[in-house]
Design a protein around this ligand. Structure first.
Ligand code: AMP
Ligand code: MG
Length: 343
């Protein structure tokens, strides 16, 4: 892995954004804020630049990247054809936290697509992300800016902690509005399939895609040897250093379960705001019980915070799976390596 001198600029710094665009055109790496999480960007159409992303993250080369665009005119360059359903989806959810997979064009190399014949595309709404893509004058490939396997960075400090010295520039755009990665769906097969839940919910998508199916890997662990529709779903993911266990039950059951763990060394609770004060273990709360959006925004920062506190085991209270909660559940169950205690 190469070492880089990392320049830090603020999102409002227009000259800084122009320099960032130049770094990307020259094949370098720039970390930038989006409305979901911080991204680690490179020129999507340059294989050598995109290889740098995999190296900086330590990401397996068969896990494809999302290509970020600033306008609809970029799509026909990236895809062989633009499916008819895309127009309505884009009208509702772009720019925003939705990624769509289509059959890739010949312009898109094998490095960015992880060797697949499809490519994932998103149009972010964050003004800095948009300005950066325009300054670069090319679509930007960008996964989350964390070291592979760890929680995604949702604020500047976390992006800096993971990527300083590995990239040419980091742009400080403050905190991310959603805090979980984009919703990923594919239109490259019929019926359309949800591969990763995010802030755009299945309920919302079904208003456009009535036949949308949810890939089983969203909720369950793939069996040994089973092929992943989304290669990212087969890897350990979003996990802090602490051992996370997901605990499913009512507030009363959760409280009683933790009573039994009272005094356990380095045991922490990851709980809802309403129950924090009464729990018998040291704890971090990740939002209100009914507040899926709030939980999504806080989750990754809480997982990092638990590591800072020296947590050995984390008993995480399972969120509701409706709406954005499905995304929160999907990330937490992976952070827990699918270890669930049902009370
Ligand atoms: P990240 O950019 O780190 O948030 O991860 C992007 C996610 O989208 C990963 O889970 C990838 O496996 C998935 N993905 C990206 N491109 C494709 C594709 N062409 N087909 C299936 N899944 C994809
Ligand atoms: Mg990621």
């Amino acid at each position: 892995m190469r070492e880089a001198q990392t320049e830090i600029v603020r999102g409002e710094d227009e000259a800084g954004i122009r320099r960032a665009g130049q770094i990307l055109r020259d094949g370098g790496l720039v970390v930038f804020p989006t409305e979901t999480v911080y991204g680690l960007g490179a020129d999507a159409l340059k294989d050598s630049a995109v290889r740098g992303i995999y190296a900086a993250k330590g990401r397996p080369s068969d896990n494809p990247l999302i290509v970020h665009i600033a306008g609809m005119e970029e799509l026909p360059k990236l895809w062989q054809e633009v499916p008819s359903k895309l127009e309505e989806l884009a009208r509702r959810f772009w720019p925003g936290p939705m990624t769509v997979i289509g059959k890739k064009s010949r312009l898109v190399g094998d490095v960015v697509s992880g060797g697949l014949d499809t490519v994932a595309v998103r149009m972010p709404s964050h003004p800095v992300a948009k300005a950066l893509i325009q300054a670069a004058g090319t679509p930007i490939a960008a996964p989350s800016a964390n070291r592979s396997g760890f929680p995604s960075p949702t604020c500047f400090a976390h992006a800096l902690a993971d990527m300083e010295g590995r990239v040419e520039m980091i742009i400080d755009g403050g905190d991310c509005a959603y805090g979980v990665e984009s919703t990923v769906l594919t239109l490259a097969q019929s019926p359309p399939r949800l591969l990763r839940p995010g802030a755009v919910t299945p309920e919302q998508l079904r208003e456009v895609l009535t036949d949308l199916v949810i890939d089983p890997a969203v909720l369950e662990q793939l069996e040994e040897g089973q092929q992943a529709a989304s290669p990212g779903m087969k890897y350990r993911h979003y996990a802090p250093k602490a051992h996370v266990v997901l605990v499913e039950g009512t507030p009363e059951q959760y409280q009683a379960f933790l009573e039994g763990r009272r005094g356990e060394a380095k045991a922490f609770a990851l709980c809802f705001a309403e129950e924090a004060a009464a729990l018998p273990l040291p704890n971090v709360s990740y939002g209100g019980r009914e507040d899926g959006l709030g939980q999504a925004r806080e989750l990754f920062a809480c997982l990092r915070r638990l590591d800072e506190l020296g947590a050995g085991t984390v008993y995480a209270h399972c969120p509701d799976r409706a709406g954005v909660g499905l995304a929160v559940y999907n990330r937490l169950i992976r952070a827990a390596g699918f270890e669930v205690i049902r009370l």
